[in-house]
Ligand binder design. Structure first.
Ligand SMILES: Cc1cc2nc3c(=O)[nH]c(=O)nc-3n(C[C@H](O)[C@H](O)[C@H](O)COP(=O)(O)OP(=O)(O)OC[C@H]3O[C@@H](n4cnc5c(N)ncnc54)[C@H](O)[C@@H]3O)c2cc1C
Length: 581
């Protein structure tokens, strides 16, 4: 086989594996992506969803990382305006000098990375950080940082007894990083077709090394709980190189391949809760809040559609990242942080619509406190019969830059040269799509009028597919036929997603393609209708439909604490996991 036809095998279809696959294909390299689960079913689906420079990394003198992240933020806003939107954030502060001494000592490496309980950051420190942030970003499209008095019109309602000022700054939000990941793979598929390069994505598969060859095994997509058991090999590859992009699973993947390596990942878990509490949504005034919890750790309160996302925690985590769950203590901690910020809120466990927990793929660092572990990324090469690398670290924000760096290293190693990059390549759905929320809603309304579909349907489709909605509508969509009265999506659109976006299980469709996990009115009947559409599209057999509905409902309850509406006949599940009621 010629080198040109041999693929680079990428293990892991999270945002980093997907971005790398795209970058390699743009360079004319064949790619095979293998994931033991669904696309973006790992940490990528469990983040705070910010596309940001990482304001707090300034306190750890991570200048290079912050600058790179801010430049990538600007790029994402341009290349994926339908998936990445600007977000204004406010930092409430109660005094002027708070935190100055501690930060100075930290910058001079005279103090560890312990959180700052009892010494909240003050106006001078926050303002200095934000000026540096503006300086690094050099983004003329986003407003620079400003300072407001608590109570000023248009600012979030924070407790005036605790806070005197609100420092505001610009960042960005990927409401659904899951869709960013799918879009990266769709674009890679498109680029592969344009360049005549071999291309494969294999969700629910696993790879095993046999010298210089790799056997790819299918795994049963319908039994995802517990350790991964694999079926017979379905492909035998002789890859040009292998990249282990399995994030928090990097060490486990090396063990399974198997490959001898030092420990690379020291994951920390972070939990979030989602609430539709109207008072909190009102208090945010359309912006995000960046507050300090009682122990000095940062917590975000972010608008997410009609809901508010509150997160996160940062706790050392050993064990299988797939088993990480938000604990009772973490949920109480996040509720307290929100209640201590906004007066009279009284947010309680009853207000939690769902929660989720992910494990950060941070570099292993035996000595340091979790907050101070570097968020930088790198590529580690292992001794193996084929060039074999692991991606260590990385954020959503920097996945494209990391992919460029990794592509350079991999191609260098196999004697090829870099010919192209993704710096100016928009994602599918970006063409002609406006940047702001209001403008995007206007565009969706125009499409609704042009094609005679309800405005809410057009807006929902546009949220998921950007400007591609025009083509989907032009191909013919019956707006009267939908999977459920509470779901503003035509069945024809759902069919398009099933056909074109590697959907294998009902969970894939609900959690990571249609984003119905975040739909408060999702019912058991709608799950059934969606599974039925999958059956009609040939993805599920008839006998799998009820099993998939039950499995999906149980996963929503056990993993996310989410209850369906009108779920008559559901059997109770008792696993000790916290419930969102
Ligand atoms: C709580 C929290 C908040 C965060 N907030 C932000 C934020 O606001 N902004 C930001 O930029 N970043 C944030 N991050 C970081 C960011 O989410 C992650 O760095 C990023 O998603 C990692 O992507 P990945 O592709 O490396 O890993 P993952 O998304 O975890 O993907 C790894 C994939 O590998 C697969 N896999 C596992 N084992 C194998 C195997 N043996 N073979 C094949 N496949 C395998 C998994 O199924 C998974 O799909 C946050 C992270 C956490 C945990």
């Amino acid at each position: 086989m010629r080198d040109r036809d041999r693929p680079v095998l990428i293990l892991g279809a999270g945002i980093n594996g997907a971005a790398l696959a795209r970058e390699l294909v743009l360079n004319g390299v064949a790619v095979c992506v293998v994931d033991v689960g669904d696309i973006s079913s790992g940490t990528t689906a469990c983040s705070t969803r910010l596309i940001h420079g990482g304001l707090r990394y300034l306190e750890y003198a991570e200048w290079g990382l912050v600058r790179e992240s801010l430049h990538e933020r600007t790029r994402w806003l341009r290349l994926a305006p339908h998936l990445v939107r600007p977000l204004r954030l406010f930092v409430p502060v109660g005094n002027r000098p708070g935190g100055l001494g501690r930060t100075a000592r930290r910058l001079l490496h005279m103090e560890g990375a312990r959180p700052a309980a009892g010494d909240p950051r003050g106006l001078w420190l926050v303002r200095a950080g934000l000026r540096l942030y503006d300086q690094f970003a050099r983004d003329p499209a986003l407003p620079r940082s400003t300072v407001h008095r608590v109570g000023d019109a248009g600012t979030p309602e924070v407790d005036p007894a605790r806070f005197r000022w609100l420092c505001s700054y610009s960042d960005a939000q990927a409401r659904f990083p899951e869709l960013l990941t799918v879009a990266l793979l769709e674009d890679a598929r498109q680029a592969a077709a344009e360049r005549g390069v071999a291309w494969q994505v294999l969700p629910y598969h696993a790879a095993r090394l046999h010298g210089a060859r790799v056997a790819v095994h299918r795994r049963d997509p319908f039994t995802t709980a517990g350790p991964v058991t694999i079926g017979p090999a379905v492909q035998d590859l002789e890859p040009l190189a292998i990249v282990n992009a399995t994030g928090a699973w990097v060490d486990r993947t090396l063990q399974h391949l198997p490959v001898d390596a030092r420990r690379l990942i020291g994951g920390t878990k972070g939990s979030h809760l989602l609430t539709f509490h109207p008072g909190l949504r009102r208090a945010l005034a359309g912006a995000g809040l960046y507050v300090e919890a009682a122990d000095g750790r940062p917590v975000f309160l972010l608008p997410l559609g009609d809901a508010t996302l509150v997160g996160t925690t940062d706790l050392p985590f050993e064990g299988d990242p797939a088993e990480a769950r938000a604990s009772e203590e973490e949920l109480d901690y996040l509720l307290s942080a929100a209640n201590a910020t906004c007066p009279g809120l009284r947010l309680s466990r009853d207000d939690i619509a769902l929660h989720y927990c992910g494990v950060r793929p941070l570099p292993y660092s035996p000595a340091r406190a979790t907050a101070g572990i570097t968020r930088r990324h790198w590529l580690e090469e292992h001794a193996a019969a084929r060039p074999l690398f692991s991606l260590v670290g990385g954020k959503l924000t920097t996945c494209r830059a990391l992919a460029e760096q990794a592509t350079r290293a991999v191609l260098d190693r196999v004697g090829l040269t870099v010919r192209d990059n993704s710096r100016e390549r928009p994602l599918p759905g970006a063409a002609g799509w406006p940047q702001g929320e209001v403008e995007a809603e206007g565009q969706a309304a125009r499409l609704a009028a042009q094609f005679g579909v309800p405005r809410r349907q057009a807006q929902q489709m546009a949220l998921l597919a950007g400007s591609r909605v025009a083509d989907i509508l032009a191909a013919g969509v019956d707006p009267r036929c939908s999977p459920g009265p509470e779901l503003p999506l035509p069945s024809d659109f759902v069919r398009w997603v099933i056909r074109s976006q590697w959907v294998t299980t009902l969970g894939d469709l609900v959690e990571r393609r249609l984003m119905l996990l975040y739909e408060p009115e999702l019912s058991a009947a709608a799950l059934h209708a969606l599974a039925e559409l999958m059956r009609q599209e040939g993805v599920l057999a008839a006998e799998q439909v009820p099993l998939q509905v039950a499995a999906c409902r149980d996963r929503l309850r056990n993993r996310f604490g989410k209850e369906l509406t009108a779920a008559a006949g559901d059997s109770p599940v008792t696993d000790g996991a916290p419930r969102a009621t």
